[in-house]
Design a protein around this ligand. Structure first.
Ligand SMILES: Nc1ncnc2c1ncn2[C@@H]1O[C@H](COP(=O)(O)OP(=O)(O)OP(=O)(O)O)[C@@H](O)[C@H]1O
Length: 654
């Protein structure tokens, strides 16, 4: 720990030495473990080569390349810097982390995020061990010693993020943490413990001895639960003039091991878990990309982790991504670095997909060419799941999946066009979009017996560049075979990005604001029609397929199934009711996304403060409310949201 306090290079430690890019991306090649050393022989080539433009100058960029049999292409990846195997993490601390620590002590926020494949040294680098402190421990040591001098107090929080849920690790009950955004964009954590720390020994006890940080708290029934682990160091001081408490924070994140989900296709659950876990990484990289490219819109809200880090990544905060590199061959390492290095590029590339061209001028697309190649087989259940979703989401007879952004993620619930379809179709559509967005990743749909057995292949993947499998940049072909007696061997196109773009905004009043009353009336009329003695089956079936009606073959099993459902009056009623319910929710969300303050305040549960929150949220992101759960971000509980919707529905009959 002595090295933390030593300052051999005061110039480099000065605050001025912080980053050329907004989020600095550096690499670190892990040392060999005994096992790894044994498996090497004298003829073993060095797997990773780092080319520095200027030796030992951490302010100039480096090129990292890999020597491997399995990647034909050896193009190097550009990082802001890369620390080699023989360079100790003390050096990383002094050059990279310490300037951030000084910023945090000065009132700023900072984030250090370690990512990499399994066994790449993330935990050892961030947390370290009792004998060999990692970066977080070194930072804490310095923060504690300096905070005392300046009369500041220090506290910590520990949490983990599993599949888009954050859990407190310092409360034995491990409650789920809610992320709320305050008036000035300050992020609040409801349900996250903050424990005061006065000495490094106390910190050790919390960080190491409690053990919960090392072992996931959630019992998710998968072979291996992957989670992101976060340490938040809060530094607080009283401001005499403002008579307020000022708090800055430093985040250390040990991201879940990056793994290519295609390798782990065993069943839908693992596929889903893997893709959801990777989703945080993709969103994070999208955020980093947006920050480094100075984009107006930064997609913080698209994953739990980026929500947590929202006020510690952009603006005046300092952030660094630490790409941990396995010293011996590891395909996931190549995948991960290829994704990461792309996020530091700040030139947009426009999609050249001709089907998207007219609509996608602003799209960012990874410069990868992924062609169809080997066909990993998927389980039958998965095949059915994917097929059933595809059938209800088909846009054209042949298709290619494309994402919207650099690394795409879930967009499933955004489509306002999806107003009429029964919820099972919507659910399948939504699930499909997750698949599309998450690397043709599986999803846990219940098996639909009406869906015929299919031989669905997830194809794609011979890659020019070493295998970056991002949902967005890649072109994935889902080949459908023998789906029905009228089977086609077409590839189906399901494009989440395009779905989003094609959404026609709902009609608005002349002044631009939608009239909720109008909408409710429309829905009310629909409800009334439910009780009519002659249900308009045909009309409704048209509605069911509105978003893709030009593209769906009416003979597909989905349509047949729909007809069966509507043969029974009860089925008709039930399906139409759920369609109406969905419409009501969509209308309500549209209203929240576009009404003015006074109109918002007219809603039950929304007063001055919440109306302001909503308006602020809208300034930050157009149409921030995509689903009812998003209302939790303005401090409403699930129960309150349900109550509000009940009230809105009840008013229809007044
Ligand atoms: N610099 C190093 N030199 C030698 N061995 C190291 C070094 N850093 C880490 N290791 C060893 O490599 C192995 C993997 O390290 P670590 O657990 O930190 O990786 P990880 O990326 O967090 O992996 P996982 O998330 O799968 O646990 C451990 O056995 C660790 O002791």
């Amino acid at each position: 720990m002595a090295s933390v306090m030593a300052d051999p290079d005061p110039v480099k430690v000065s605050k001025g030495s912080i980053p050329s890019t907004k989020v600095r991306i550096i690499g670190k090649i892990k040392g060999f473990t005994d096992q790894e050393s044994q498996s090497l022989n004298q003829d073993s080539k060095k797997w990773i080569t780092v080319k520095k433009s200027q030796e030992n100058d951490s302010s100039s960029k480096v090129m990292v390349s890999f020597e491997s049999q399995s990647t034909s292409r050896k193009d190097p990846y550009e990082l802001d810097y890369c620390y080699e195997q023989d360079e100790d993490i003390d050096l990383i601390y002094l050059r990279e982390i310490r300037p951030m620590v000084l910023e945090v002590l000065d009132g700023g926020n900072a984030s250090v995020i370690a990512l990499g494949a399994r066994g790449s040294g993330k935990t050892c680098t961030i947390q370290g061990s009792q004998g060999k402190p990692g970066l977080a421990v070194m930072a804490m040591s310095e923060i504690l010693s300096k905070a005392m001098k300046f009369g500041k107090s220090v506290s910590v929080s520990l949490y983990e993020v599993i599949q888009e849920h954050a859990y407190d690790l310092l409360d034995p009950k491990h409650p789920e943490v809610q992320i709320l955004e305050g008036a000035q964009g300050k992020i609040h954590f409801k349900g996250l413990s903050q424990v005061d720390v006065k000495s490094i020994q106390e910190f050790h006890n919390i960080y190491f001895s409690r053990g919960s940080f090392q072992k996931s708290v959630q019992k998710i029934p998968t072979e291996k639960t992957r989670c992101h682990k976060g340490l938040m160091i809060h530094v607080s001081s009283e401001d005499d003039n403002l008579k307020a408490k000022l708090t800055s924070k430093m985040n250390f994140i040990d991201l879940a091991d990056y793994e290519d989900p295609r390798r782990n296709i065993k069943d839908g659950t693992i596929f889903t878990e893997s893709s959801r876990t990777n989703k945080s990484l993709y969103t994070l990289l999208n955020v980093v990309y947006a920050l480094n490219a100075n984009e107006k819109r930064v997609p913080y809200r698209e994953s739990k982790l980026t929500r947590i880090l929202q006020d510690s990544l952009g603006g005046t905060s300092h952030a660094m991504m630490l790409m941990c590199l396995n010293p011996s061959f590891c395909q996931d390492t190549v995948c991960a670095i290829s994704l990461v290095s792309l996020s530091r590029r700040n030139t947009k590339q426009v999609s050249i997909d001709s089907t998207n061209r007219s609509r996608s001028s602003a799209k960012v697309k990874m410069p990868l060419s992924i062609k169809s190649g080997k066909t990993p087989s998927t389980s039958l259940t998965m095949k059915k799941q994917i097929a059933s979703s595809m059938l209800s989401s088909t846009k054209e007879n042949s298709s290619i999946l494309r994402g919207r952004k650099l690394f795409d993620e879930e967009k499933s619930n955004n489509s306002k066009q999806l107003r009429s379809p029964p919820e099972d179709i919507l659910a399948r559509k939504s699930k499909l979009l997750q698949v599309v967005d998450s690397e043709v990743t599986a999803f846990s749909l219940t098996q639909d017996k009406s869906i015929p057995d299919v031989n669905l292949a997830v194809e794609p993947m011979e890659i020019d560049t070493p295998l970056p499998i991002s949902p967005n940049d890649m072109t994935i072909v889902l080949a459908e075979k023998d789906v029905s007696p009228n089977s086609r061997n077409d590839n189906l196109d399901v494009s989440p990005g395009r779905l989003g773009e094609e959404n026609v905004p709902l009609k608005k009043n002349e002044d631009g604001a939608p009239s909720l009353t109008e909408r409710l009336r429309e829905i009310s009329n629909n409800l009334r029609s439910l009780s009519s003695s002659t249900p308009s089956r045909v009309k409704f079936l048209e509605n069911v397929v509105t978003p893709c009606s030009n593209h769906i073959d009416p003979k597909t099993p989905v349509m047949q199934r729909a007809v069966e459902i509507y043969h029974s009056p009860r089925g008709t009623f039930s399906n139409r009711s759920s369609g109406v319910k969905h419409s009501l929710v969509q209308e309500y969300l549209t209203f929240l996304n576009s009404a003015n303050k006074e109109e918002l305040k007219g809603l039950k549960g929304i007063g001055e403060k919440r109306a302001n929150y909503i308006l602020e949220r809208r300034e930050e992101t157009p149409e921030p409310f995509k689903q009812l759960d998003d209302l939790q971000d303005i401090g409403l509980s699930a129960k309150q949201i349900k109550g509000m919707m009940k009230q809105v529905a009840g008013e229809l009959f007044n």
